[in-house]
Write a protein that binds this ligand. Structure first.
Ligand code: SAH
Length: 329
């Protein structure tokens, strides 16, 4: 729902401001038409239905993985592709993975989104409509900004979305913003916005290697970014998730595990998540499960807590780093 247009339409129709939030509450609860919004006068419902589509996004395609993960490809009104994923876990977690941009300008060398053209930032309503799409089918309770794009380059809209997610069923403590290390964004969320969680896509513990695989590192160095994360941890009182993609022969040696431990110690401000690499149509290979365990073991011995991320939705190109709107290409 285009919330800005909803507001202006209500105003044009001479409606009081609380009508906007009535509509929003229906949508947040999974409503899919004005018809069912029974606390709105019938005549108003008809007028709204004529004036406003229920979503800013058109569903272009969807796919369901053997593990129950569901991916949707949408198009914005100006024909920009957007993808979002819903992961269903046995323990009842239903986690949404949103896109904050159509494409991404940051060109991380291992990421499929980084290799497509950058479109533009998505609006608050376009991000929320990804969530509402899945909310119409099922309850949802977790959200991660790990789809297409860099959320901290679109921070105002991302934070506005975070403010509304609790209405949909997703508490701020169950919402994670994942960043390449966009320094001004990390500094902003340290003191502003709702109390959501922070994840840093680190992927390498030394600048020379990190700059090779993530060009954004030339702009904000590891030290600057990790220091900013420590400050966030100090103010927000939550550990920062460190995401570390396991690339065979690139960043997965035990020596680098020790460099990573040196970087993150002495204080226990972080939780490391080792990510098995998902094939994304480039020259990288994922590390073997044995190598991932060696790396994890080296971290644990140094007192750094590390887990290996469960990969979901690989068969439908819905796993991390695979969102590139292939169907639209
Ligand atoms: N721009 C943000 C959020 C989007 S990417 C960020 O970088 O954090 C979400 C996560 O998926 C990041 O940690 C990213 O590095 C990781 N990723 C990218 N390509 C991947 C791939 N092919 N396999 C596994 N993870 C990947």
């Amino acid at each position: 729902m285009d919330l800005i247009k909803l507001k202006s339409t209500m105003a044009e129709l001479g409606q009081p401001a609380y009508r906007d939030s009535q509509v929003w509450q229906w949508l947040a609860g999974g409503g899919d038409s004005f018809d069912e919004m029974s606390n709105l006068p019938l005549e108003l419902r008809t007028k709204l239905a004529e004036a406003l589509p229920i979503s800013t996004l058109e569903v272009e395609a969807s796919a369901v993985s053997v593990d129950g993960t569901e991916k949707a490809l949408f198009m914005t009104g100006d024909q920009r592709p957007v993808e979002a994923v819903l992961m269903n876990y046995r323990d009842g977690r239903r986690s949404l993975c949103f896109s904050s941009q159509s494409g991404c300008p940051l060109t991380c060398t291992f990421c499929a989104t980084g290799s497509m053209n950058f479109g533009r930032n998505l609006t608050e309503s376009e991000i929320l409509d990804q969530a509402l799409h899945f909310r119409r089918k099922t309850e949802v309770n977790h959200a991660v900004f790990m789809g297409m794009g860099e959320p901290m380059m679109n921070l105002d809209n991302v934070l506005a979305v975070c403010e509304r997610l609790p209405d949909i069923g997703i508490a701020n403590s169950h919402t994670t913003i994942s960043t390449v290390g966009w320094l001004p964004g990390i500094e902003t969320v340290t003191t502003e916005g709702p109390a959501v969680r922070l994840a840093l896509s680190l992927h390498a513990p030394v600048d020379s290697l990190r700059s090779k695989i993530m060009p954004v590192n030339d702009r904000y160095s590891i030290k600057q970014v990790v220091d900013a994360c420590r400050e966030w941890r100090h103010v927000r009182k939550r550990k920062v998730y460190i995401e570390y993609l396991m690339l065979d022969g690139v960043n997965d040696s035990e020596e680098l595990a020790h460099e990573l431990a040196d970087l993150l110690l002495p204080k226990n401000d972080f939780k490391v998540n080792l990510i098995p690499y998902n094939p994304s149509g480039n020259h990288y290979q994922g590390s073997s499960p044995e190598q991932i365990e060696l790396f994890r073991g080296a971290l644990m011995k140094r007192g750094i807590h590390a887990t290996v991320r469960l990969t979901r939705g690989r068969d439908i190109d819905a796993a991390c780093g695979q969102l590139a709107a292939k169907a639209a290409a």
